[in-house]
Design a protein around this ligand. Structure first.
Ligand SMILES: *Cc1c(COP(=O)(O)O)cnc(C)c1O
Length: 380
């Protein structure tokens, strides 16, 4: 491990690009004959859009989703001229001409977005490409089924907007047995009937692993590409990330000694501790203070006391004294502790852990041809 690292960094985030490509193929196979897009918003869920998007393109992906126009601009640089780029948040006021000039496909989410996009189209004297989101029951983004029906009847709408995709988003795809999924699908399909032959999309990662009826024409997985199972129906995904942090200091403390801010932890007996170089500024949640752990050689090393900005302290009493040394690494995410484990201990979801890891880790991008890469997503 240490031989791989730049000494200027104290933690290493290893990202297996081969596993991302493999996960794309697994999902694409799962949803076929629907086409499989890729959601790469938020810097490809924190893993680096510049590295991740070309891998997905080379795996056969031709439709990409980002959240913001600024992300679309970066993505176009990264993947080159081919492939559709959909902007999930739609179009902010004043950005219509930029979005149209670059050829991005905004997802129109509200009456005002529809109106502004149509105004821009008329001003330019041409139909502008867009996707249309229907709110099928999540009450987040999208126009009502009633408004969609009005647009379907409005013959000028097709003159203004070259509609490419009708879509909706599931509120409960992480719960396959939730009846909301089928209800949203029915609501969405009733709108789709009003737009004959229009490609349609319901499914995020969770939806991709629901019954086949959720695939329709295009699925939009994000988190599953990055190795996290969206629900219990998921099979065949490989872990993508591994996170290791360096030991800054090792010490022994006597019974009664407190540790960290607020001295939240008081040792009941003599303990061996290691302070490691990861904290909440590295995206390691403060809520893991007294709750989470690091791992070494199959041993769980509990976090004692609060998580600081740049460090936290773990109890290494379970290890033989010579097992670890200052400068060595312990595992935070990897074969011993999955992203989902960390999220559960922190009281959050894997999405949040992943997207907050941030820029302070050394990033090692490995592929399947890398000597240390293995099918278990193991260490570099
Ligand atoms: C983020 C997002 C997705 C991807 O969701 P995952 O759960 O990560 O697969 C798909 N569709 C929309 C509208 C989204 O906002």
């Amino acid at each position: 491990m240490a031989r791989m690292t730049c000494p200027a960094y104290s933690s290493v985030l290893t990202i297996n690009l081969g596993a991302i490509a493999a996960n794309y193929r697994v999902i694409a196979g799962q949803v076929s004959p629907a086409r499989c897009a890729a959601v790469v918003k938020a810097d490809a869920y924190g893993l680096g859009i510049g590295k991740v998007a070309p891998v997905l393109r080379d795996a056969g992906c031709t439709s990409f989703f980002v959240a913001h126009l600024s992300e679309a601009i970066v993505l176009r640089e990264v993947i080159g001229p081919d492939g559709d780029i959909f902007v999930l948040n739609g179009i902010d006021p004043g950005c219509e001409d930029l979005c149209a000039a670059r050829g991005f496909v905004p997802v129109l989410n509200s009456a005002s977005q529809v109106t502004r996009w149509r105004d821009a189209a008329r001003a330019q004297g041409r139909a502008l490409t867009a996707a249309l989101q229907i709110d099928s029951g999540m009450s987040r983004l999208g126009i009502t089924p009633g408004m969609a029906a009005d647009l379907a009847r409005d013959s000028d709408f097709a003159t203004d907007v070259a509609l490419r995709l009708l879509m909706t988003h599931l509120a409960c795809a992480d719960q396959p047995s939730d009846p909301t999924n089928a209800r949203q699908r029915e609501s969405f399909l009733s709108v789709r009937r009003l737009f004959p032959d229009m490609p349609a999309s319901i499914a995020n990662s969770g939806g991709a692993f629901l019954a086949p009826g959720f695939g329709l024409d295009l699925v939009r997985p994000g988190i599953a590409l990055y190795g996290v199972a969206p629900n219990e129906c998921t099979e065949g995904l490989r872990p993508v990330v591994r996170l290791d942090a360096r030991i800054l200091q090792i010490r022994e403390i006597d019974a009664g000694t407190g540790v960290g801010y607020g001295l939240d932890y008081i040792a009941l007996d003599r303990r061996r501790l290691a302070t490691i170089a990861i904290g909440y500024a590295d995206g390691w949640p403060r809520s893991l203070g007294g709750a989470g752990a690091a791992w070494f050689s199959g041993k769980r090393l509990p976090i004692v006391g609060r998580v600081s900005m740049d460090s936290l302290t773990i109890d290494i009493s379970a290890l033989p004294p010579e097992a670890v040394a200052e400068g060595g690494f312990v595992e935070l995410i990897g074969p011993s502790q999955s992203l989902e484990d960390v999220a559960r201990d922190a009281g959050t979801i894997a999405y949040e852990i992943l997207t907050r890891l941030g820029p302070r880790h050394e990033r090692l991008y490995v592929g399947d041809d890398h000597p240390g890469a293995s099918s278990s997503g193991a260490r570099p």
